[in-house]
Design a binder for this molecule. Sequence first.
Ligand SMILES: Nc1ncnc2c1ncn2[C@@H]1O[C@H](COP(=O)(O)OP(=O)(O)OP(=O)(O)O)[C@@H](O)[C@H]1O
Length: 262
Amino acid sequence: MSFVEIADVALRYAPQGGAEGTLAVDGLSLSVEKGEFVAVVGPSGCGKSTLMKLATGLNFPTRGSVSVAGRPVKGPVSIAGMAFQNPVMLPWRLTRDNVLLPLEVVQPHRRQMRARKAEYQAKADALLASVGLEGAGEKYPWQLSGGMQQRASLCRALIHEPELVMLDEPFGALDAFTREELWCVMRDLHAQKNFTTILVTHDLREAVFLADRIFVLSARPGRVIKVRDVDLPRPRPLEVTYEKQFTDIVHELRGLIAEARQ
Ligand SMILES: Nc1ncnc2c1ncn2[C@@H]1O[C@H](COP(=O)(O)OP(=O)(O)OP(=O)(O)O)[C@@H](O)[C@H]1O
């Protein structure tokens, strides 16, 4: 059995005001192996974020099944860490304390928080340093740039050592240079820690740079219309993005999405 299995799933959002609701995904099947880095791309509104919510237990299928780590998903998946386009840091807490938030929620850390606070704080500072944010734990999030906040948000997604990391457009709001820097941060974190990763993105270069496999979804209701292996060797330097093999894959994906939008 794969680490994440989504099997023939449909999800219709509840109707409002007599309408019939929105069928977000239908016949959606995909599986992700342990340690794999996959990306999900597709036309706007095709159900990418819905897929993320299904895999983390924030939404449940109308039909079909979802399992993670061999267990059916019946509620929020505690072995998952998440990062989104908007880092949403609590402005009254230091950056370090924002990073520590999942440990205050997820067991067994929650019950150990008081006794192990100093150790957890040191862990947060070490994680921040590993993404180039040495000393930033002592600052408030509003004292950091957007790129720094997004790095901190990655740390928050990883602090409880999740086996599954879900990234929903995490670099979408950043300028091109900062975005590429964070691709490298993410590449290195994945290589070190080997968590299973699902990245939802509109940025096809980002998908090809980071992923082992890319799932292309149809227009809504979303289902997988193509699985593209990215057979570029790792570790991948940024320069790979200028190579023909890389740009060929990007063009292929662009063509598939253009077709799917029609
Ligand atoms: N909570 C909700 N209630 C009702 N409809 C919803 C809800 N969440 C999403 N939808 C609808 O489901 C469809 C799929 O939404 P989803 O956010 O999964 O798509 P997406 O591919 O992530 O979108 P985008 O490319 O714009 O980020 C859309 O038509 C959206 O309006």
